[in-house]
Write a protein that binds this ligand. Sequence first.
Ligand code: F6R
Length: 339
Amino acid sequence: MIDLVVRFPEMGEEAWQTAMRLRLPPSGEYTAIAVLGMGGSGVGGDLLAALLRPVFPVPVVVVKDRGLPAFVGPQTLVFACSYSGNTEETINAYTAAKQAGAPTIVITSGGVLHGLATAHGDPRVQVPPGMPPRAALPYLFLPMVNALRRLTHMGELSGEWAEARDALRAMVAELGPQSPRERNPAKQLAERLFGHMPAVYASSPDLAAAAYRWKSQLNENGKVLALWHAFPELNHNEAVGWEDGTTAARLAVVLLGEPAEDAAVARRIAATREVSFRSAASVSDVTARGSARLARLLSLVLFGDFVSVYVALLRGVDPTPVPPIDEVKRRLRLPAEGR
Ligand code: F6R
């Protein structure tokens, strides 16, 4: 797993270049984008929605279910993402999208979804096989960014990826396994989280997808429970839960923030630290890197990916296998499906 995290920037570059050659559906008048995907294959949709929210004129909706929202139709561009291609929810939602007449791009390494995409003649991104899906995030996410860049002429996204790639490469040198603990903030943060339940909070909804990725990676790699939320909404509910001092003392807060935080946001977070986090085991700040949104989101993702693996190593667990995910999939699989 650590080797795969180290390869994150290079996977991203490969994915970006491959997506240049992807055959695209006609650039029609889309009224919405829907991303279908579960778990490690769905978080790319969360990141896409976060990336495009401030600049894109149509909504990006992420569907983590076997059914589709009723708005999906011929004017919805659908990305169907499943690393294995065998995730029941995504296959079902993809089939519903075809029935709804939605133009669809499939992103998968194989499986049933690969066969269905071929049968329907859909454009398909071929993801390299043999990885845990969550480790293949660059292959699952960046082709969507590049496809939308081409379909909507958002040329600035090319520069955003170049900036992100360079920032991620620098982070691998700083946070990777070769970098000693004294100079490695990811290893230091993992030590602060070890023995506690992480509570990962994003400074705004713009970074919430990164907080969710941290939580998911801490779950799947670190094999720990974790909380996640985003300001300002957390001030309206979760902040009150911190009144439970016994639980609060077991929580280690991680605040994901922007390099230049908006003054109002900074005041809000400072106040919340005093009011709610005073009894936390620790409070750590992780600051996004880069000037554009893509670098800022992906730098937080990569930082969290390293931390989650270091937490696993401190706990003496193997970050790679995810038996509870596999076991439920196995129990739900219908014998007739043969997959
Ligand atoms: C496993 C992982 C899971 C899977 C999810 C969906 O590494 O992260 O969350 O991504 O169970 O499976 P796929 O990605 O094959 O559609």
